[in-house]
Design a binder for this molecule. Structure first.
Ligand code: ADP
Ligand code: MG
Length: 226
C-alpha cells in the first residue's frame, strides 16, 4: 500500500541543509495500522507529506498503491491522492464557507464517488445529525475533527494518513474522536498511518515505529512518550 525505500529529505535553511530523513525504509500493507512516534521536530510530518506526495524526496523512492510517486506528473499525483488517500491533520482544514453536509459532499465528489444516501448515513455515524447546515466555525473542536475524519474517509480511500489528529482536543474529546476514527477505519478496511505523541492513541495499532535522527525503529509505546 505504502512503501519507502531509502528515503532522504533535507530542508534548505539559512544555516545550511537540515537533514530530516536519512534513508528511511517503511512498508505498510493493505489494512495495516501503524503508529508513528518521535520527538517534536524529528520529521514525522515531513514523512507524512512525502507519503501523500505533497512533497518529493531528495533521494530514494516513495510508492503509493503500487506507483512510484516521483515518476508521476503533479496532476497524476493529485489524482492518486484524491482516489487513494484520506488526510487528517491536527488543524481540521475544513472548508469554512461550506456547511457540514457540503464539506462531506465536496470530498466525495472530488474523488468521483458521491452517493447521497451514503452521505446522510455518514452524518449519522459521525454523530453530526441535526448539524448538517452548520458551518465549521459553528462546531466544537471535537465535532470539527469528526467531520474532517468523515470527509477523509467518505471516498473510501485505501490509506488514511493522520497527523496528530487528536492533538488539538481535550482528553475526553480526544478519546471519543479516536474511537470514531478507529471504528471508521476498521469498517472502511483502509490502512492507517497515524502520527501521535500519546501511548494510548498508539496502543490499539498493530505496529509502532519511532522516528529519531532521521531513521525509523520499532518502538513500544509507554507513558514516557506522553
Ligand atoms: P515533526 O512533525 O516530527 O515535529 P517536522 O517534519 O514538522 O517534524 O519537521 C522536522 C524538522 O524540519 C524540524 O526541525 C522543522 O523545523 C524542519 N522543517 C519542517 N518543514 C520545513 C521547511 N519547509 N523548511 C525548513 N525546515 C523545515
Ligand atoms: Mg508534526
Amino acid at each position: 500500500m505504502l512503501e519507502f525505500r531509502q528515503v532522504a529529505k533535507a530542508y534548505a535553511t539559512p544555516q545550511g541543509p537540515l537533514e530530516v530523513l536519512a534513508g528511511v525504509d517503511l512498508a505498510l500493507s493493505a489494512g495495516e495500522g501503524l503508529a508513528l512516534m518521535g520527538e517534536s521536530g524529528s520529521g514525522k510530518s515531513t514523512l507524512l507529506h512525502l507519503a501523500a506526495g505533497l512533497d518529493l524526496p531528495d533521494r530514494g523512492e516513495v510508492r503509493l498503491a503500487g506507483q512510484a510517486i516521483s515518476t508521476l506528473s503533479e496532476p497524476a499525483r493529485a489524482r492518486l491522492r484524491r482516489e487513494s488517500l484520506g488526510l487528517v491533520f491536527q488543524q481540521f482544514h475544513l472548508v469554512p464557507s461550506l456547511s457540514v453536509i457540503d464539506n462531506l459532499r465536496l470530498q466525495a465528489r472530488l474523488a468521483g464517488c458521491e452517493r447521497a444516501d451514503s452521505t446522510a448515513e455518514l452524518v449519522e455515524r459521525l454523530g453530526l445529525t441535526g448539524l448538517e447546515r452548520r458551518y465549521p466555525e459553528q462546531l466544537s473542536g471535537g465535532q470539527q475533527q469528526r467531520l474532517a475524519i468523515g470527509r477523509a474517509l467518505a471516498p473510501r480511500p485505501a490509506l488514511l494518513l493522520a497527523d496528530e489528529p487528536t492533538g488539538n482536543l481535550d482528553e475526553a474529546t480526544a478519546g471519543e474522536v479516536l474511537d470514531l476514527l478507529m471504528t471508521l477505519v476498521r469498517d472502511t478496511g483502509c490502512s492507517l498511518l497515524m502520527v501521535t505523541h500519546s501511548p494510548r492513541v498508539a496502543a490499539p495499532l498493530a505496529r509502532c515505529l519511532k522516528l529519531s535522527r532521521g531513521g525509523l525503529a520499532p518502538h513500544h509505546p509507554s507513558e514516557r512518550d506522553a
